[in-house]
Design a protein around this ligand. Sequence first.
Ligand code: FUB
Length: 342
Amino acid sequence: TLSVAILTLASVSALSQAQEPRYLTKGIYTADPSAHVFGGRLYFYPSHDIESGVEQNDNGDHFDMRDYHVFSMDSVDGPVTDHGVALDVKDVPWAERQMWAPDCAEKDGRYYLYFPAKDPEGVFRIGVAVGDRPEGPFKANPKPIEGSYSIDPAVFNDGGEYYLYFGGIWGGQLQQYRDNQRIVSDRAPVPSEPTPGTPALCAKVAKLAPSMTEFAEPPRDVVIVDSQGKPLDAGDHDRRFFEAAWVHKHDGRYYFSYSTGDTHRICYATGDSPYGPFTYQGVVLTPVLGWTTHHSIVQHEGKWHLFHHDSVPSGGQTHLRSVKVSPLRHGPDGKIQTIKGG
Ligand code: FUB
């Protein structure tokens, strides 16, 4: 009986350990992790948070990052390798500052790092840098992707067709665009979010050309609808898209997940096509310590994982975040079980 009790206690403790979120980067602040499996190994591509001294404001100017590191590991429980600087803003001809959330895709043995940054006019564009290995180094193209704007690129590989999702409101500048055109002028106030009672702004999606460095088509709206099929309202801050788009596929369904920004949740919606529309389903992750929340969802060795961040290790400094990983479960009905933020 004693050995059974010891065994039971040991498995309970192993289970609770396995369910604990695990911080993955030590001695370096990281955020916005985009996780992928390349060659059987888990890689994640985060923002690299630093203290640059820029004062905090609603535009997010204090997120003043200058380079990217790539990290990898054999398994979510294994040791994490920091592969060092994979791309520095000084080596990106068109970019000036604020290297925000990146993502990476593999095609035919080449790796494409997608990243947002501000150009010298202070306008966010999305660039691409190419390398021969998942950990880089990456060489940036001289110009941003033609027709790109705003922030938070995320690439989804749907059986060899690649889709780039992007967009983020407020500091991410998405509200400055309508029909893919920038509508900012010197004579009018800077546009803000649409007013309550009108449809919310949408993330964007465009299929990538075979080159992986251009859009194959003009970006389209990623529409999220409620259970009645009605697009979410701009005033519905608990559910509307803010930033941090991510797509994964489970049991033949497309899952579009995203941050709600000022209500600090990761939510998700499901659909039958990578273009959507997506029907709102619920909350993946409740608010974490720090203003931002940003994640990715990946399957490795048969298990699903949520990569995300919070500001616990920096004592709550919102621009000094740390990446962690938590187990994620889809119920038998395909619903994602909500994870509690920290
Ligand atoms: O890391 C800078 C920005 O904060 C990201 O681009 C957003 O998604 C938010 O996490």
